[in-house]
Ligand binder design. Structure first.
Ligand SMILES: [Zn+2]
Ligand SMILES: [Zn+2]
Length: 252
């Protein structure tokens, strides 16, 4: 069951007319701008493209099944990572996280992956690559941190909350290991009835994650003792992690 043409028309009409006071400190308002079918290797999805009044970022929702007016819809929030998601970079595990979420949701009755166009945690590609570059040249991560460190949390959650609201989702099961994310969405009016742990199977690409010495203050350390900065604010639990590692994730 997917969104029916009638429902799509309704959502698009609502998108055209929609106006509100905006979510969060910056009064972010988003509107549904376009919807289309999107068969994928992870199952059948529909893609919903959103306009927002704050910047030129075009966020998207990948919708599986009929989520409109539905309760307890499984939802995963993913932040764009060009190098990981598209190119398969091993400097991060964004692609593993994304694929795992799409795969799981693609097999469920219904669910949504919100794809937030906030590269490098909102600082943009250039700054992200700058930080990578600094790390390559052996800079300590302080400087890299300065480049990657700031981030507009409120925007992420207010936009995501509004997107879910625009899709008329009544309540969600949030696929996350991060209780803070549940709290943030709740603050913006989303009813989170359950948290589904995001557990992904190990493979050769995310092994580095397992073999990190520790998950310390939200940073990962790779085989070469180099610190990697996180791009997703929500770490997956990779099967095989110790209880301590899992516990550390929840406090990120
Ligand atoms: Zn609005
Ligand atoms: Zn990444």
């Amino acid at each position: 069951m997917t969104l029916l043409p009638m429902t799509i028309r309704e959502l698009l009409d609502e998108g055209l007319k929609h106006e509100c006071d905006g979510y969060g400190r910056h009064h972010v308002c988003v509107r549904i701008a376009a919807i289309a079918d999107l068969p994928s290797r992870f199952g059948s999805f529909q893609v919903v493209a959103f306009y927002n009044n704050r910047d030129d970022k075009e966020h998207a929702a990948f919708v599986h099944g009929d989520v409109v007016d539905a309760e307890n819809v499984p939802v995963r929030l993913h932040s764009e990572c060009l190098t990981g998601d598209v190119i398969g970079s091993l400097r991060c595990d964004c692609r593993d996280q994304l694929e795992s979420a799409l795969q799981k949701i693609g097999q469920m009755d219904k669910g949504i992956v919100l794809y937030m166009r906030q590269e490098g945690r909102g600082i943009g590609l250039i700054n992200k690559i700058r930080a990578y570059g600094l790390q390559d040249y052996g800079f300590d991560t302080v400087e890299a941190n300065v480049a990657l460190g700031f981030r507009d949390d409120e925007r992420e959650y207010s936009v995501a909350a509004h997107m879910l609201d625009s899709l008329r989702v009544k309540s969600v099961h949030l696929m996350t290991n991060n209780p803070r994310k549940v709290a943030e969405l709740t603050k913006h009016g989303i009813v989170v009835t359950e948290r589904i742990p995001h557990i992904i199977p190990p493979n050769r690409y995310n092994r580095f994650y397992l073999e990190t010495k520790a998950v310390k203050s939200g940073h990962l350390i790779d085989f070469n003792e180099k610190e990697h900065l996180l791009e997703q604010d929500d770490r997956p639990i990779v099967e095989g992690m110790s209880e301590d590692q899992v516990a550390a994730l929840e406090n990120v």
